[in-house]
Ligand binder design. Structure first.
Ligand SMILES: [Zn+2]
Ligand SMILES: [Zn+2]
Length: 420
């Protein structure tokens, strides 16, 4: 639907450009027109001009290049056109990092058809569901889609043990107990392990990850209760900053300095909370300006930090609402700005920041594993009880036909488990 809007917009623009070209008597930059003028009757089928779109898995990154893709930019409530906060950072050294995995974002991540072995490092800004709600989809869905190793998760502690990442991840696995139990012995056991790295939410610009020339730091954010953090990722002289949900804070001003790309929440104005979200005015003001960062405040922050690209997110980015947010930002900031929507892409080098739209693979299939699967150990495999199995309806003949067909095709000799 989203792409449909873009496509129709592009069509309207093309028609408009052609019309203007016709009336002012100049040729338009259209390969078919160029061919017709030369008298050629050969249809142009070569690669066309750059359309400012990104097709997943068609471009190598340069050794000093960073690619950022927005996988979710919206709100906690489910929405087809905008998932909740999630960001992918890919580096020219092959490393990939996820920052937040908010509700609904797993589908956007899947639409890139990246092997899940590469998507095993997740940094959670805080434990609101719009920032970690699709962890189960990445954890289990990634394992089913051929991730061999554990999911590695970094995130903050809380003011008590119960409010930290470790507690949350332990109970997330409890929440998934039935799911994981039934997959034992059927998929690699390592894929259902979570490596949890909880760090002090109160650390100021503390290093929480350092490997292969990549340094990731964290600092506190001011959001509802203690335990929201912001991150920076530095590599090869490039600096990416991702702010967790926050009231404007001095640490972001200090530690986001020199950022090439600075992502910070920008909550929609209180009027939209009242008019669209049906919030009472008092609550709208609290959410819009006290728990989060208002557009005018976002602009003020960016006017001090001065990144090469400021990215605003955490608002519904609709044709009839985005300008209320945009106008607030522009009241206090006139620098480079992206009003984030899902599936935008930023290619970052020291020389240039290029902003495009991803053409997602809506009907994505799981890519192959990037690692060799370990030898399977079926010893822990569980099945349904004899009592429940006793309710089986007789499809032995039909299943035998399938076994025969498949064994023949793949040269195997598997026997049916259920034979009576
Ligand atoms: Zn949020
Ligand atoms: Zn939040």
């Amino acid at each position: 639907m989203r792409f449909g809007r873009t496509a129709s917009g592009a069509l309207a623009f093309t028609l408009c450009a052609m019309t203007i070209g016709y009336f002012i008597g100049v040729s338009v930059n259209d390969p078919q027109v160029a061919h017709a003028k030369k008298g050629s009757r050969v249809s142009p089928v070569k690669a066309s001009a750059d359309h400012e779109v990104y097709y997943p898995n068609t471009e190598d990154l340069a050794s000093n290049e960073m690619r950022i893709i927005s996988l979710g930019t919206g709100m906690p409530s489910g929405r087809r056109s905008q998932a909740a906060s999630a960001w992918l950072v890919e580096l020219g050294n092959g490393d990939k990092f996820l920052f937040d995995v908010g509700t609904g974002s797993a589908a956007n991540l899947g639409s890139l058809e990246i092997p899940y072995d590469y998507l095993d490092k997740v940094f959670i800004s805080h434990l609101h569901t719009d920032h970690m709600g699709d962890l189960p989809a990445l954890f289990i869905g990634g394992a089913v889609a051929n991730r061999v190793g554990p999911l590695r998760v970094w995130g903050p502690s809380g003011s008590t043990k119960r409010l930290g990442l470790s507690h949350s991840m332990k109970h997330l696995q409890e929440f998934l107990a039935w799911d994981i139990e039934g997959r034992k012995g059927r998929l690699p056991a390592t894929a259902f392990q979570a490596e949890v790295n909880e760090f002090d939410y109160n650390g100021k610009n503390q290093v929480i990850y350092k490997k292969k020339g990549v340094t990731i730091r964290s600092w506190p954010a001011i959001h509802v209760i203690d335990g929201s953090v912001s991150y920076s990722l530095e590599w090869k002289g490039l600096k990416f900053v991702f702010g967790g949900d926050t009231y404007p804070n001095k640490w972001f001003i200090e530690y986001a300095k020199d950022a090439d790309v600075a992502i910070h929440e920008c909550m929609m104005p209180p009027e939209l909370w009242v008019d669209k979200y049906r919030f009472p005015v008092g609550r709208a003001l609290e959410v819009g300006t006290q728990i989060h960062t208002a557009p005018e405040a976002f602009g003020k922050i960016m006017s001090v930090v001065k990144p090469r690209m400021a990215i605003a997110f955490h608002f519904f980015n609709d044709p009839d609402t985005r300008f209320q947010t945009y106008d607030g930002i522009r009241a206090t900031y006139d620098g480079p700005l992206s009003m984030a929507d899902d599936l935008m892409v930023w290619n970052v080098t020291k020389k240039e920041i290029r902003v495009r739209t991803v053409v997602p693979i809506d009907d994505a299939w799981p890519p192959p594993s990037a690692r060799r699967a370990p030898r399977m150990d079926a010893s822990g495999m569980k099945n349904v009880s004899p009592e429940v199995q006793g309710g089986a309806y007789d499809v032995i003949k039909q299943n035998q036909m399938i076994y025969d067909r498949v064994n023949k095709r793949y040269g195997t000799d598997f026997k049916m488990r259920v034979t009576k």
